[in-house]
Design a protein around this ligand. Sequence first.
Ligand code: HEM
Length: 524
Amino acid sequence: MTASPSTASKTREFTREEVAKHNKADDLWIIVDSKVYDVTRFKDLHPGGISVFLEDDIMGQDATEAFYGLHRHEVLLKPQYARLVIGTIAGEKSVVTATAPGALSQVPYAEPTWLTKGYFSPYYKESHREFQKAVRLFTDEVLYPDAQAREEDGKRPSQAVFDKCAELNIIAMRMGPGKHLKGRTLMNGLVKPEEFDYFHELVLHQEMCRINARGYQDGFGSGSVIGLPPILNFASPALRDKIVPEVLSGKKFIALAISEAFAGSDVQGLRTTAKKTEDGKHWIINGTKKWITNGTFSDYFTVGCRTDNGFTVILVERCEGVETKMIKTAYSSTAGTAYITFENVKVPVENTLGKEGQGVYVMLSNFNHERWVMCCAASRNQRVIVEECLKWSNQRKAFGKPLNSQAVIRAKIAEMIARAESCQAWLENITFQMCNMTYKDQANKLAGPIALLKMYCTRTAQDTARDAMQIFGGRGVTKTGMGRFIEHYHRTVPYDAILGGAEDVLGDLGVRQAIRQMPKNARL
Ligand code: HEM
Protein backbone atom coordinates (compact mmCIF):
# COMPACT_ATOMS: atom_id res chain seq x y z
CA MET A 1 0.00 0.00 0.00
CA THR A 2 1.35 3.44 -0.87
CA ALA A 3 1.01 6.30 1.56
CA SER A 4 -1.31 9.13 0.55
CA PRO A 5 0.50 12.41 -0.23
CA SER A 6 -0.63 14.00 3.04
CA THR A 7 0.54 11.02 5.11
CA ALA A 8 3.80 10.97 3.19
CA SER A 9 4.42 14.67 3.83
CA LYS A 10 3.73 14.26 7.56
CA THR A 11 6.32 11.51 7.82
CA ARG A 12 9.00 13.63 6.14
CA GLU A 13 11.97 14.31 8.33
CA PHE A 14 13.95 17.55 8.49
CA THR A 15 16.99 18.76 10.32
CA ARG A 16 16.71 21.91 12.43
CA GLU A 17 19.11 23.59 9.94
CA GLU A 18 16.74 22.84 7.05
CA VAL A 19 13.77 24.31 8.95
CA ALA A 20 15.81 27.42 9.78
CA LYS A 21 16.06 28.25 6.05
CA HIS A 22 12.26 28.83 5.94
CA ASN A 23 12.43 32.06 7.88
CA LYS A 24 10.68 34.60 5.71
CA ALA A 25 7.12 35.91 5.67
CA ASP A 26 6.44 34.22 2.32
CA ASP A 27 8.13 30.95 3.33
CA LEU A 28 7.58 30.40 7.04
CA TRP A 29 8.04 27.22 9.05
CA ILE A 30 8.13 26.70 12.82
CA ILE A 31 8.78 23.77 15.12
CA VAL A 32 6.42 22.89 17.96
CA ASP A 33 7.22 19.80 20.04
CA SER A 34 9.48 18.31 17.33
CA LYS A 35 6.80 18.66 14.64
CA VAL A 36 7.35 21.01 11.71
CA TYR A 37 4.49 23.37 10.80
CA ASP A 38 4.26 25.34 7.56
CA VAL A 39 2.49 28.49 8.71
CA THR A 40 3.19 30.58 5.59
CA ARG A 41 -0.49 30.95 4.74
CA PHE A 42 -1.90 30.28 8.22
CA LYS A 43 -0.12 33.29 9.72
CA ASP A 44 -2.58 35.59 7.92
CA LEU A 45 -5.49 33.77 9.58
CA HIS A 46 -3.89 33.25 12.98
CA PRO A 47 -6.25 34.44 15.78
CA GLY A 48 -3.23 35.81 17.65
CA GLY A 49 -2.18 37.94 14.66
CA ILE A 50 0.60 37.86 12.05
CA SER A 51 3.22 39.83 13.92
CA VAL A 52 3.92 37.11 16.52
CA PHE A 53 5.21 34.84 13.74
CA LEU A 54 7.55 37.45 12.28
CA GLU A 55 9.96 37.56 15.20
CA ASP A 56 13.57 36.33 14.64
CA ASP A 57 13.28 33.76 17.42
CA ILE A 58 10.10 32.28 15.85
CA MET A 59 10.67 32.27 12.05
CA GLY A 60 12.26 28.92 11.16
CA GLN A 61 12.87 28.29 14.86
CA ASP A 62 11.62 26.11 17.70
CA ALA A 63 8.47 27.87 19.00
CA THR A 64 7.48 25.17 21.51
CA GLU A 65 7.91 27.31 24.59
CA ALA A 66 6.14 30.32 23.04
CA PHE A 67 3.30 28.08 21.86
CA TYR A 68 2.59 26.36 25.19
CA GLY A 69 2.82 29.65 27.04
CA LEU A 70 -0.16 30.85 25.00
CA HIS A 71 -2.24 27.88 23.83
CA ARG A 72 -3.75 24.66 25.12
CA HIS A 73 -2.39 21.51 23.48
CA GLU A 74 -5.87 20.71 22.14
CA VAL A 75 -5.45 23.58 19.61
CA LEU A 76 -2.90 21.48 17.71
CA LEU A 77 -5.28 18.51 17.61
CA LYS A 78 -8.00 20.40 15.76
CA PRO A 79 -8.08 19.14 12.14
CA GLN A 80 -7.70 22.61 10.63
CA TYR A 81 -4.40 23.10 12.54
CA ALA A 82 -3.19 19.50 12.55
CA ARG A 83 -3.01 19.71 8.77
CA LEU A 84 -0.34 22.42 9.00
CA VAL A 85 2.16 19.72 10.03
CA ILE A 86 4.55 18.89 7.18
CA GLY A 87 6.96 16.58 8.99
CA THR A 88 9.09 16.00 12.07
CA ILE A 89 12.63 16.72 13.23
CA ALA A 90 14.94 13.80 12.45
CA GLY A 91 15.96 11.79 15.50
CA GLU A 92 13.49 13.54 17.85
CA LYS A 93 10.18 12.48 19.30
CA SER A 94 7.21 14.61 20.37
CA VAL A 95 6.88 14.62 24.14
CA VAL A 96 3.50 16.28 24.56
CA THR A 97 0.58 13.89 24.24
CA ALA A 98 -3.09 14.39 25.00
CA THR A 99 -4.48 11.98 27.58
CA ALA A 100 -6.11 9.16 25.61
CA PRO A 101 -9.86 8.61 26.14
CA GLY A 102 -10.36 6.55 29.29
CA ALA A 103 -6.77 6.98 30.52
CA LEU A 104 -5.73 8.23 33.93
CA SER A 105 -3.84 11.49 34.21
CA GLN A 106 -0.18 11.21 35.19
CA VAL A 107 -0.13 14.68 36.75
CA PRO A 108 0.36 14.42 40.54
CA TYR A 109 -2.91 14.86 42.50
CA ALA A 110 -4.93 14.89 39.28
CA GLU A 111 -6.45 11.58 40.35
CA PRO A 112 -7.66 10.56 43.82
CA THR A 113 -5.14 8.44 45.73
CA TRP A 114 -6.92 5.16 45.01
CA LEU A 115 -6.34 5.73 41.28
CA THR A 116 -2.73 6.81 41.64
CA LYS A 117 -0.10 4.20 40.79
CA GLY A 118 1.70 2.79 43.80
CA TYR A 119 -0.83 4.06 46.39
CA PHE A 120 -3.42 2.09 48.36
CA SER A 121 -6.96 2.50 49.65
CA PRO A 122 -9.04 0.34 52.00
CA TYR A 123 -12.31 1.25 50.29
CA TYR A 124 -12.19 0.16 46.66
CA LYS A 125 -12.41 -3.41 45.34
CA GLU A 126 -11.58 -4.76 41.92
CA SER A 127 -15.18 -4.22 40.80
CA HIS A 128 -14.91 -0.48 41.61
CA ARG A 129 -11.73 -0.29 39.57
CA GLU A 130 -13.25 -2.03 36.54
CA PHE A 131 -16.32 0.14 36.88
CA GLN A 132 -14.20 3.31 37.02
CA LYS A 133 -12.44 2.40 33.76
CA ALA A 134 -15.73 1.88 31.95
CA VAL A 135 -17.32 5.09 33.27
CA ARG A 136 -14.25 7.15 32.41
CA LEU A 137 -14.19 5.89 28.85
CA PHE A 138 -17.90 6.60 28.51
CA THR A 139 -17.41 10.10 29.94
CA ASP A 140 -14.49 10.90 27.65
CA GLU A 141 -16.04 9.49 24.49
CA VAL A 142 -19.75 10.21 24.87
CA LEU A 143 -20.39 12.76 27.60
CA TYR A 144 -17.51 15.21 27.16
CA PRO A 145 -18.08 16.05 23.46
CA ASP A 146 -21.81 16.55 24.02
CA ALA A 147 -21.20 18.58 27.19
CA GLN A 148 -18.82 20.97 25.45
CA ALA A 149 -21.11 21.35 22.43
CA ARG A 150 -24.24 21.96 24.53
CA GLU A 151 -22.48 24.45 26.82
CA GLU A 152 -21.70 26.29 23.60
CA ASP A 153 -25.21 26.26 22.11
CA GLY A 154 -27.11 26.24 25.43
CA LYS A 155 -29.40 23.38 24.38
CA ARG A 156 -30.37 20.58 26.72
CA PRO A 157 -28.16 17.43 26.72
CA SER A 158 -28.75 15.36 23.57
CA GLN A 159 -31.37 12.66 23.66
CA ALA A 160 -28.83 10.28 22.07
CA VAL A 161 -26.70 10.61 25.23
CA PHE A 162 -29.66 9.84 27.49
CA ASP A 163 -30.46 6.82 25.32
CA LYS A 164 -26.89 5.51 25.66
CA CYS A 165 -27.00 6.12 29.43
CA ALA A 166 -30.26 4.21 29.65
CA GLU A 167 -28.77 1.26 27.74
CA LEU A 168 -26.01 1.02 30.37
CA ASN A 169 -28.49 1.78 33.19
CA ILE A 170 -26.49 4.84 34.20
CA ILE A 171 -29.67 6.80 34.97
CA ALA A 172 -30.77 4.06 37.37
CA MET A 173 -27.35 3.84 39.02
CA ARG A 174 -27.35 7.59 39.67
CA MET A 175 -30.21 7.00 42.14
CA GLY A 176 -27.84 4.89 44.23
CA PRO A 177 -28.01 1.27 45.39
CA GLY A 178 -31.49 -0.18 45.91
CA LYS A 179 -34.41 -2.20 44.64
CA HIS A 180 -34.74 -0.11 41.49
CA LEU A 181 -31.56 -1.80 40.19
CA LYS A 182 -32.98 -5.31 40.52
CA GLY A 183 -32.96 -7.23 37.25
CA ARG A 184 -31.00 -4.52 35.43
CA THR A 185 -27.74 -5.09 33.56
CA LEU A 186 -25.36 -2.46 34.91
CA MET A 187 -22.62 -1.12 32.65
CA ASN A 188 -22.84 -4.11 30.32
CA GLY A 189 -22.87 -6.51 33.27
CA LEU A 190 -19.72 -5.15 34.93
CA VAL A 191 -21.38 -4.90 38.36
CA LYS A 192 -24.18 -7.09 39.67
CA PRO A 193 -27.16 -5.04 40.93
CA GLU A 194 -26.86 -6.56 44.41
CA GLU A 195 -23.15 -5.65 44.55
CA PHE A 196 -23.61 -2.05 43.49
CA ASP A 197 -22.77 0.06 46.55
CA TYR A 198 -22.23 3.71 47.43
CA PHE A 199 -18.59 3.53 46.28
CA HIS A 200 -19.75 2.51 42.81
CA GLU A 201 -22.12 5.43 42.91
CA LEU A 202 -19.36 7.77 44.10
CA VAL A 203 -17.21 6.63 41.17
CA LEU A 204 -20.08 7.28 38.78
CA HIS A 205 -20.67 10.85 39.98
CA GLN A 206 -16.98 11.72 40.27
CA GLU A 207 -16.11 10.41 36.83
CA MET A 208 -19.04 12.00 35.06
CA CYS A 209 -18.45 15.48 36.49
CA ARG A 210 -15.00 15.64 34.86
CA ILE A 211 -16.58 17.32 31.82
CA ASN A 212 -15.82 20.91 32.87
CA ALA A 213 -19.36 21.95 32.05
CA ARG A 214 -21.30 22.81 35.19
CA GLY A 215 -24.57 23.68 33.43
CA TYR A 216 -24.49 20.38 31.54
CA GLN A 217 -23.62 18.53 34.74
CA ASP A 218 -27.02 19.63 36.09
CA GLY A 219 -28.79 19.42 32.74
CA PHE A 220 -27.74 15.81 32.49
CA GLY A 221 -30.58 14.52 34.67
CA SER A 222 -29.90 16.17 38.03
CA GLY A 223 -33.63 16.72 38.24
CA SER A 224 -34.12 12.95 38.30
CA VAL A 225 -31.44 12.41 40.95
CA ILE A 226 -33.42 14.64 43.33
CA GLY A 227 -36.93 14.36 41.90
CA LEU A 228 -37.28 10.61 41.40
CA PRO A 229 -36.38 9.23 44.89
CA PRO A 230 -39.65 10.55 46.39
CA ILE A 231 -41.45 8.49 43.73
CA LEU A 232 -39.28 5.43 44.40
CA ASN A 233 -39.87 5.65 48.15
CA PHE A 234 -43.29 7.25 48.63
CA ALA A 235 -45.47 6.77 45.51
CA SER A 236 -48.25 4.19 45.34
CA PRO A 237 -47.08 1.01 43.55
CA ALA A 238 -49.22 1.85 40.50
CA LEU A 239 -47.79 5.36 40.16
CA ARG A 240 -44.24 4.17 40.84
CA ASP A 241 -44.49 1.38 38.26
CA LYS A 242 -45.60 3.87 35.63
CA ILE A 243 -43.14 6.72 36.24
CA VAL A 244 -39.91 4.98 37.30
CA PRO A 245 -39.38 2.91 34.10
CA GLU A 246 -40.10 5.96 31.93
CA VAL A 247 -37.49 8.07 33.72
CA LEU A 248 -34.86 5.35 34.06
CA SER A 249 -35.13 4.62 30.33
CA GLY A 250 -34.30 8.26 29.55
CA LYS A 251 -37.59 8.76 27.72
CA LYS A 252 -39.14 11.09 30.28
CA PHE A 253 -37.72 13.64 32.70
CA ILE A 254 -38.64 14.70 36.19
CA ALA A 255 -37.75 17.75 38.30
CA LEU A 256 -37.98 18.50 42.00
CA ALA A 257 -40.08 21.63 42.44
CA ILE A 258 -39.91 22.91 46.01
CA SER A 259 -38.30 26.38 46.14
CA GLU A 260 -40.24 29.51 45.33
CA ALA A 261 -39.51 33.18 44.93
CA PHE A 262 -41.16 33.56 48.35
CA ALA A 263 -39.22 30.81 50.13
CA GLY A 264 -36.22 28.56 49.50
CA SER A 265 -35.47 25.97 52.14
CA ASP A 266 -38.17 27.42 54.43
CA VAL A 267 -40.82 24.84 53.66
CA GLN A 268 -43.33 26.50 56.00
CA GLY A 269 -43.10 29.68 53.94
CA LEU A 270 -44.16 28.04 50.66
CA ARG A 271 -47.21 29.52 48.99
CA THR A 272 -48.11 26.99 46.29
CA THR A 273 -51.41 25.51 47.39
CA ALA A 274 -53.13 22.21 46.72
CA LYS A 275 -56.87 22.08 47.53
CA LYS A 276 -59.05 19.02 47.20
CA THR A 277 -62.05 19.06 44.84
CA GLU A 278 -65.42 18.53 46.51
CA ASP A 279 -65.55 14.86 45.55
CA GLY A 280 -62.08 14.46 47.11
CA LYS A 281 -60.71 12.81 43.96
CA HIS A 282 -58.37 15.55 42.76
CA TRP A 283 -55.98 18.22 43.92
CA ILE A 284 -56.22 21.67 42.37
CA ILE A 285 -52.76 23.24 42.45
CA ASN A 286 -52.00 26.94 42.18
CA GLY A 287 -48.72 28.75 42.67
CA THR A 288 -45.20 29.27 41.35
CA LYS A 289 -41.81 27.59 41.70
CA LYS A 290 -38.39 29.06 40.99
CA TRP A 291 -34.84 27.78 40.21
CA ILE A 292 -36.16 24.37 39.16
CA THR A 293 -33.31 22.40 37.60
CA ASN A 294 -34.36 20.58 34.37
CA GLY A 295 -37.75 22.28 34.70
CA THR A 296 -37.82 23.56 31.11
CA PHE A 297 -37.77 20.06 29.67
CA SER A 298 -39.32 17.92 32.41
CA ASP A 299 -42.45 15.86 31.92
CA TYR A 300 -43.06 15.38 35.65
CA PHE A 301 -42.64 17.60 38.70
CA THR A 302 -42.32 16.51 42.32
CA VAL A 303 -44.06 19.51 43.85
CA GLY A 304 -44.09 20.80 47.42
CA CYS A 305 -47.54 22.22 48.27
CA ARG A 306 -49.35 23.78 51.19
CA THR A 307 -52.43 21.75 52.02
CA ASP A 308 -55.08 22.19 54.72
CA ASN A 309 -53.16 19.94 57.07
CA GLY A 310 -49.61 21.14 56.42
CA PHE A 311 -47.05 20.48 53.69
CA THR A 312 -47.68 17.74 51.13
CA VAL A 313 -45.60 16.52 48.18
CA ILE A 314 -47.55 15.78 45.00
CA LEU A 315 -46.49 14.46 41.60
CA VAL A 316 -47.66 16.70 38.75
CA GLU A 317 -47.53 15.66 35.12
CA ARG A 318 -46.97 18.42 32.55
CA CYS A 319 -50.47 19.32 31.40
CA GLU A 320 -52.81 22.25 30.90
CA GLY A 321 -52.09 24.94 33.48
CA VAL A 322 -48.40 24.01 33.90
CA GLU A 323 -46.03 26.51 32.30
CA THR A 324 -42.24 26.50 32.44
CA LYS A 325 -40.08 29.45 31.51
CA MET A 326 -36.30 29.47 31.30
CA ILE A 327 -34.42 31.50 33.94
CA LYS A 328 -31.07 32.91 32.87
CA THR A 329 -28.44 31.95 35.45
CA ALA A 330 -24.67 32.24 35.89
CA TYR A 331 -24.30 28.87 34.20
CA SER A 332 -25.63 27.69 30.85
CA SER A 333 -29.25 27.15 29.89
CA THR A 334 -28.29 23.49 29.32
CA ALA A 335 -29.37 22.93 32.95
CA GLY A 336 -32.93 23.86 31.98
CA THR A 337 -33.41 26.05 35.09
CA ALA A 338 -37.06 27.08 35.15
CA TYR A 339 -39.65 29.35 36.63
CA ILE A 340 -42.86 27.33 36.83
CA THR A 341 -46.43 28.46 37.16
CA PHE A 342 -49.29 26.16 38.14
CA GLU A 343 -52.71 27.54 37.36
CA ASN A 344 -55.67 25.44 38.47
CA VAL A 345 -53.76 22.27 37.67
CA LYS A 346 -55.94 19.22 38.29
CA VAL A 347 -54.09 16.19 39.64
CA PRO A 348 -55.52 12.86 40.88
CA VAL A 349 -55.14 12.42 44.68
CA GLU A 350 -53.39 9.13 43.92
CA ASN A 351 -50.40 11.32 42.97
CA THR A 352 -49.84 12.25 46.61
CA LEU A 353 -46.36 11.14 47.72
CA GLY A 354 -46.29 9.87 51.29
CA LYS A 355 -48.97 10.95 53.72
CA GLU A 356 -50.92 14.17 53.38
CA GLY A 357 -49.45 16.87 55.58
CA GLN A 358 -46.23 14.89 56.05
CA GLY A 359 -44.32 16.13 53.06
CA VAL A 360 -41.47 17.26 55.28
CA TYR A 361 -40.48 13.61 55.83
CA VAL A 362 -40.56 12.99 52.09
CA MET A 363 -38.16 15.90 51.60
CA LEU A 364 -35.91 15.19 54.56
CA SER A 365 -35.39 11.58 53.55
CA ASN A 366 -34.06 12.87 50.23
CA PHE A 367 -31.64 15.45 51.55
CA ASN A 368 -28.75 13.27 52.72
CA HIS A 369 -28.32 11.50 49.40
CA GLU A 370 -28.80 14.68 47.39
CA ARG A 371 -26.14 16.52 49.39
CA TRP A 372 -23.75 13.60 49.32
CA VAL A 373 -24.05 13.49 45.49
CA MET A 374 -23.15 17.18 45.44
CA CYS A 375 -20.11 16.50 47.64
CA CYS A 376 -18.92 13.84 45.18
CA ALA A 377 -18.97 16.38 42.36
CA ALA A 378 -17.74 19.40 44.34
CA SER A 379 -14.69 17.51 45.62
CA ARG A 380 -13.85 16.03 42.20
CA ASN A 381 -14.27 19.32 40.37
CA GLN A 382 -11.65 20.89 42.65
CA ARG A 383 -9.18 18.27 41.50
CA VAL A 384 -9.70 19.21 37.86
CA ILE A 385 -8.66 22.74 38.79
CA VAL A 386 -5.60 21.48 40.68
CA GLU A 387 -4.53 19.68 37.51
CA GLU A 388 -5.10 22.77 35.35
CA CYS A 389 -3.01 24.90 37.72
CA LEU A 390 -0.18 22.36 38.01
CA LYS A 391 0.07 22.15 34.22
CA TRP A 392 -0.20 25.87 33.59
CA SER A 393 2.30 26.91 36.24
CA ASN A 394 4.73 24.37 34.79
CA GLN A 395 4.49 25.45 31.17
CA ARG A 396 4.02 29.20 31.54
CA LYS A 397 7.13 31.30 31.85
CA ALA A 398 7.15 34.71 33.49
CA PHE A 399 10.19 36.83 34.26
CA GLY A 400 12.21 34.18 32.38
CA LYS A 401 11.23 31.33 34.70
CA PRO A 402 8.32 28.88 34.95
CA LEU A 403 5.48 30.24 37.09
CA ASN A 404 5.95 27.38 39.54
CA SER A 405 9.39 28.69 40.43
CA GLN A 406 7.59 31.48 42.35
CA ALA A 407 6.99 30.64 46.01
CA VAL A 408 3.61 32.45 46.06
CA ILE A 409 2.33 30.25 43.26
CA ARG A 410 3.54 27.09 44.99
CA ALA A 411 1.89 28.20 48.23
CA LYS A 412 -1.46 28.58 46.44
CA ILE A 413 -1.12 25.16 44.83
CA ALA A 414 -0.25 23.63 48.21
CA GLU A 415 -3.53 24.93 49.64
CA MET A 416 -5.46 23.71 46.62
CA ILE A 417 -4.04 20.20 46.87
CA ALA A 418 -4.67 20.03 50.61
CA ARG A 419 -8.30 21.07 50.12
CA ALA A 420 -8.98 18.57 47.33
CA GLU A 421 -7.36 15.73 49.30
CA SER A 422 -9.17 16.51 52.54
CA CYS A 423 -12.57 16.74 50.82
CA GLN A 424 -11.99 13.37 49.15
CA ALA A 425 -10.76 11.68 52.34
CA TRP A 426 -13.76 12.88 54.36
CA LEU A 427 -16.14 11.96 51.53
CA GLU A 428 -14.73 8.43 51.37
CA ASN A 429 -15.07 8.06 55.15
CA ILE A 430 -18.74 9.09 55.02
CA THR A 431 -19.36 6.86 52.01
CA PHE A 432 -17.94 3.94 53.97
CA GLN A 433 -20.40 4.69 56.79
CA MET A 434 -23.25 4.78 54.26
CA CYS A 435 -22.22 1.35 52.96
CA ASN A 436 -22.41 -0.07 56.47
CA MET A 437 -25.46 1.67 57.94
CA THR A 438 -29.15 1.01 57.43
CA TYR A 439 -31.05 3.77 55.68
CA LYS A 440 -32.58 4.74 59.03
CA ASP A 441 -29.18 4.91 60.72
CA GLN A 442 -27.87 7.02 57.86
CA ALA A 443 -30.72 9.48 58.39
CA ASN A 444 -30.01 9.65 62.14
CA LYS A 445 -26.25 9.65 62.17
CA LEU A 446 -25.13 11.17 58.88
CA ALA A 447 -27.35 14.22 58.33
CA GLY A 448 -24.93 16.35 60.38
CA PRO A 449 -21.65 15.04 58.93
CA ILE A 450 -22.98 15.23 55.34
CA ALA A 451 -24.18 18.81 55.91
CA LEU A 452 -20.74 19.75 57.28
CA LEU A 453 -18.98 17.98 54.43
CA LYS A 454 -21.05 19.84 51.86
CA MET A 455 -20.32 23.14 53.59
CA TYR A 456 -16.62 22.29 53.56
CA CYS A 457 -16.50 21.08 49.92
CA THR A 458 -18.27 24.13 48.54
CA ARG A 459 -16.39 26.65 50.68
CA THR A 460 -13.01 25.20 49.80
CA ALA A 461 -14.10 25.04 46.16
CA GLN A 462 -14.56 28.80 46.18
CA ASP A 463 -11.13 29.30 47.76
CA THR A 464 -9.68 27.12 45.03
CA ALA A 465 -11.51 29.09 42.33
CA ARG A 466 -10.04 32.33 43.68
CA ASP A 467 -6.52 30.91 43.87
CA ALA A 468 -6.77 29.45 40.37
CA MET A 469 -7.88 32.82 39.05
CA GLN A 470 -4.78 34.45 40.57
CA ILE A 471 -2.55 31.79 39.05
CA PHE A 472 -4.08 32.16 35.58
CA GLY A 473 -4.29 35.95 35.75
CA GLY A 474 -6.19 37.58 32.87
CA ARG A 475 -6.64 34.18 31.21
CA GLY A 476 -8.86 33.16 34.10
CA VAL A 477 -11.51 35.63 32.99
CA THR A 478 -11.46 34.65 29.31
CA LYS A 479 -14.14 32.28 28.07
CA THR A 480 -11.94 30.79 25.33
CA GLY A 481 -8.33 29.67 25.18
CA MET A 482 -5.89 28.81 27.91
CA GLY A 483 -7.92 29.59 31.03
CA ARG A 484 -11.38 28.69 29.80
CA PHE A 485 -11.98 26.02 32.44
CA ILE A 486 -10.86 28.40 35.19
CA GLU A 487 -13.24 31.10 33.99
CA HIS A 488 -16.03 28.53 33.86
CA TYR A 489 -15.25 27.17 37.32
CA HIS A 490 -14.91 30.57 38.93
CA ARG A 491 -18.23 31.69 37.42
CA THR A 492 -20.23 28.60 38.31
CA VAL A 493 -18.74 27.31 41.58
CA PRO A 494 -20.69 29.63 43.93
CA TYR A 495 -23.82 27.86 42.74
CA ASP A 496 -22.80 24.67 44.58
CA ALA A 497 -22.74 26.58 47.85
CA ILE A 498 -26.42 27.47 47.41
CA LEU A 499 -28.27 24.49 45.97
CA GLY A 500 -29.13 21.59 48.25
CA GLY A 501 -28.87 23.85 51.29
CA ALA A 502 -26.90 27.08 51.62
CA GLU A 503 -23.39 26.75 53.04
CA ASP A 504 -24.01 28.57 56.33
CA VAL A 505 -27.33 26.86 56.94
CA LEU A 506 -25.68 23.47 56.48
CA GLY A 507 -22.81 24.32 58.81
CA ASP A 508 -25.34 25.32 61.43
CA LEU A 509 -27.33 22.13 60.89
CA GLY A 510 -24.19 20.04 61.45
CA VAL A 511 -23.38 21.78 64.71
CA ARG A 512 -26.98 21.67 65.95
CA GLN A 513 -27.01 17.91 65.36
CA ALA A 514 -23.79 17.61 67.36
CA ILE A 515 -25.20 19.73 70.20
CA ARG A 516 -28.23 17.47 70.36
CA GLN A 517 -25.95 14.49 70.88
CA MET A 518 -23.86 16.07 73.65
CA PRO A 519 -23.69 13.72 76.65
CA LYS A 520 -25.54 15.21 79.62
CA ASN A 521 -22.55 14.68 81.89
CA ALA A 522 -19.98 16.33 79.61
CA ARG A 523 -18.04 19.05 81.45
CA LEU A 524 -14.58 20.54 81.02
C1 HEM B 1 0.83 25.91 14.61
C2 HEM B 1 0.97 26.95 15.39
C3 HEM B 1 -0.13 27.77 15.95
C4 HEM B 1 -1.49 27.60 15.91
C5 HEM B 1 -2.27 26.47 15.25
C6 HEM B 1 -2.09 28.69 16.65
C7 HEM B 1 -3.44 28.86 16.86
C8 HEM B 1 -3.99 29.81 17.68
C9 HEM B 1 -5.37 29.88 18.07
C10 HEM B 1 -6.46 28.91 17.66
C11 HEM B 1 -5.52 30.94 18.90
C12 HEM B 1 -6.84 31.42 19.57
C13 HEM B 1 -6.80 31.16 21.07
C14 HEM B 1 -6.82 29.70 21.47
O1 HEM B 1 -7.69 28.96 21.00
O2 HEM B 1 -5.92 29.32 22.25
C15 HEM B 1 -4.22 31.55 19.02
C16 HEM B 1 -3.98 32.67 19.78
C17 HEM B 1 -2.72 33.23 19.93
N1 HEM B 1 -1.56 32.77 19.41
FE1 HEM B 1 -1.32 31.17 18.24
N2 HEM B 1 -1.09 29.50 17.11
C18 HEM B 1 0.11 28.97 16.71
C19 HEM B 1 1.38 29.46 16.98
C20 HEM B 1 1.64 30.60 17.71
C21 HEM B 1 2.95 31.08 18.04
C22 HEM B 1 4.24 30.39 17.65
C23 HEM B 1 2.77 32.22 18.76
C24 HEM B 1 3.78 33.15 19.37
C25 HEM B 1 5.00 33.28 18.97
C26 HEM B 1 1.35 32.44 18.88
C27 HEM B 1 0.78 33.50 19.54
C28 HEM B 1 -0.54 33.62 19.83
C29 HEM B 1 -1.11 34.67 20.64
C30 HEM B 1 -0.32 35.81 21.31
C31 HEM B 1 -2.46 34.41 20.72
C32 HEM B 1 -3.49 35.19 21.54
C33 HEM B 1 -3.51 34.51 22.90
C34 HEM B 1 -4.46 35.08 23.91
O3 HEM B 1 -5.47 35.69 23.53
O4 HEM B 1 -4.20 34.86 25.10
N3 HEM B 1 0.70 31.43 18.23
N4 HEM B 1 -3.33 30.85 18.29
